[in-house]
Write a protein that binds this ligand. Sequence first.
Ligand code: ADP
Ligand code: MG
Length: 248
Amino acid sequence: MGIDVSGISKRFGDFTALDDVSVSLPTGRLTALLGPSGGGKSTLLRIIAGLESADEGTVRIEGEDATHLPARRRNVGFVFQHYAVFRHMTVAQNVAFGLDVRRRRALPWSTASRADKARIAARVDELLRLVHLEPFAHRLPAQLSGGQRQRMALARALAIEPAVLLLDEPFGALDAQVRKELREWLRRLHDEVPVTTVFVTHDQEEALEVADEVVVINHGRIEQIGSPEQLYDRPANDFVMGFLGDAT
Ligand code: ADP
Ligand code: MG
């Protein structure tokens, strides 16, 4: 259960971005996908999400073969580095967008019934509380800080109660101090809402601090899988060693 990736290969022309990647991520775990730029992290995340199809291999999500399911049927929530924000909608409307709590599928706000709107409003309140943005419900995204905007993005990703939460360098555009706060914050949020999460980062410190387990990926292959402690004790390669060198 959780996410099972088996024998995934992906080529772009002659270039092999992923080469026979297999990994199991148990339900409820917060996994960091760590590796240098160009290693294949985003490609693997996009294949899990259904935003890209693999040339070979299978993806199972909570026991279901998702290999040929489109993204909207995979029950996944995403957050990207540059999140698509609706600038002219309030924070609450951004979080509510596309959410139909009852049927848990996309429904434009303008055509929602009064009862649907009440349910959606209650769910949005709950989500904004979860990410500590209740006071900002009626503000516009432009009035939020970068960190607050990514928290809004997280609330929106969690709105559908996804089986899987996928984060691609979600804090990459933020400055170091805010990034550090958001890491701790993500860790706490995950303890509260332990949804199976895959967190892509090229920042070793971030991966080791946030994740239950770290999957090191480089040149389209998995180089190491282990807990932060295991990686720290027995780094498999120079990439992980490099971090330890910096840290000491
Ligand atoms: P990462 O997220 O680890 O930085 P990516 O998964 O984005 O790496 O990319 C892995 C490799 O695949 C890179 O060399 C990248 O240039 C290449 N790549 C990714 N997407 C495409 C694409 N759509 N077309 C061609 N090459 C791609
Ligand atoms: Mg990437």
